[in-house]
Design a protein around this ligand. Structure first.
Ligand SMILES: CC(C)(COP(=O)(O)OP(=O)(O)OC[C@H]1O[C@@H](n2cnc3c(N)ncnc32)[C@H](O)[C@@H]1OP(=O)(O)O)[C@@H](O)C(=O)NCCC(=O)NCCS
Length: 373
């Protein structure tokens, strides 16, 4: 029997020019640019251009993309009406998944599979993801959605549309950095799901809907929400270690730790740790960072397991005033850039993704009529 690699661990399924990860050294790069350089110097819009086009934009190209994203950012009154009429979800990821699927019904190019149309759809989906998530957040609180402000960039616009007030410049920049850090991560589960769907030559909206359904799980994009729930349960720094020891004793995974690829610190966690600390200090709520640090120190000391991208993003988003159950949706606000880049790459060099299974069930059984069983 062929060797089975559980969870496709270490299996290389395709070549890609978009994102590289060195799990031993803890290096992540988009199109060859180290994530630390991008987080320190680029904007999310520059990263979007980079992921889609394979190179950084010139000033005019960046300005054009910013203008196009601003034009594409509003969502139609019909979609807002649909969001208002949906029953309250058990989790807002259900609403996001439904909304993105529904978007195709309002998109005149939904079934146009030309590369030009797919690039335009990728742009529209990227521009509108934040608008939809902010609208989901407001509608369930009985508030009217806030229309995007064309003068604000992607990150600032999201915080503005969610809260109805323009964010402080420092908050907006840190959120921009968070979006950069989450924009792509090679063949993670949701991106792979998107590529599998695209490989059947199904449309872009279907591929992104698959990705959102995959991101929803607590082992992937749902982890940051679970981290914050844990911190809220712990409530004070001096209880952090006992709480985590209790989880480990019950063999319960501590959310926000561990990674399939990294054998050292996730480079995104390095930046997010700083973000959590600085935002906590700036907003006068340092306790969430301090508590997180105690949890992290214990996990490294006792289990030698490092924090991943979801650990410090939780406390950072919390002090930015983002509702906890929206955290996985924010992942999508950023990851849509990577998902669409991968789907475009899949379409450009498509081969149906169709692996094999090692069958382990019974063989040669004889059919027995229903009355004789
Ligand atoms: C991300 C994750 C799914 C990777 O899992 P994986 O590659 O399949 O690795 P495994 O789950 O097999 O873990 C390997 C070992 O480390 C332990 N481990 C991994 N993550 C752990 C965690 N978060 N807490 C406690 N122990 C953990 C496992 O118990 C296992 O130990 P064992 O060999 O003694 O049984 C896993 O680390 C996890 O569930 N983390 C929590 C969820 C999370 O933060 N997800 C976001 C990822 S970015």
């Amino acid at each position: 029997m062929a060797e089975v690699k559980a969870g496709l661990q270490d299996v290389v399924v395709a070549a890609s020019e978009i994102c590289s990860i060195d799990g031993e050294k803890g290096i992540l790069a988009y199109r060859g640019y180290d994530i630390h350089d991008l987080a320190a110097q680029a904007s999310f819009e520059e990263v979007v251009y980079l992921l889609w086009n394979g190179r950084l934009p010139k000033r005019g190209e960046l300005a054009d993309l910013e203008t196009e994203l601003a034009e594409d950012r509003p969502i139609s009154p019909e979609l807002i009406d649909l969001l208002k009429r949906l029953p309250p979800p058990q989790h807002p990821m259900e609403t996001l998944r439904t909304a993105v699927s529904a978007l195709s019904l309002y998109d005149p190019e939904a079934e146009d599979m030309s590369m030009e149309a797919n690039r335009r759809k990728a742009r529209r989906l990227t521009a509108q993801m934040g608008t939809i998530v902010a609208a989901c957040g407001r509608i369930r609180e009985g508030k009217e959605p806030v229309a995007p402000d064309p003068r604000l960039n992607h990150a600032a616009n999201f915080l503005y549309m969610l809260k109805g007030a323009a964010p402080a410049a420092e908050d907006a920049r840190w959120f921009d950095v968070a979006l950069i850090l989450h924009a792509d991560h090679s063949f993670n589960a949701s991106t792979f799901a998107a590529r599998v769907t695209a490989s059947t030559l199904s449309d872009l909206h279907s591929a992104i809907t698959s990705a959102i359904g995959t991101l929803k799980g607590p082992l992937h994009g749902g982890a940051n929400e679970q981290v914050m729930k844990m911190l809220l349960e712990i409530q004070s720094e001096d209880k952090a270690e006992d709480h985590v020891r209790g989880l480990l004793a019950q063999k319960t995974k501590v959310m926000g730790f561990g990674h399939r690829v990294y054998r050292t610190e996730d480079p995104r966690a390095t930046v997010l740790r700083k973000m959590s600390e600085e935002l906590g200090r700036r907003t006068g709520q340092p306790k969430w960072f301090q508590m997180s640090k105690r949890v992290e120190d214990l996990m490294i000391r006792e289990k030698k397991i490092n924090a991943n991208v979801d650990f410090y993003s939780a406390s950072a988003y919390y002090v930015l005033g983002i509702p906890v159950d929206l955290y996985p949706l924010i992942f999508a606000v950023s990851r849509i850039a990577g998902w669409t880049a991968h789907v475009l790459e899949q379409y450009a060099h498509n081969r149906l993704i169709r692996p094999l299974a090692a069958y382990t069930g019974p063989v040669g059984l004889k059919y027995v009529p229903v009355d004789q069983r």
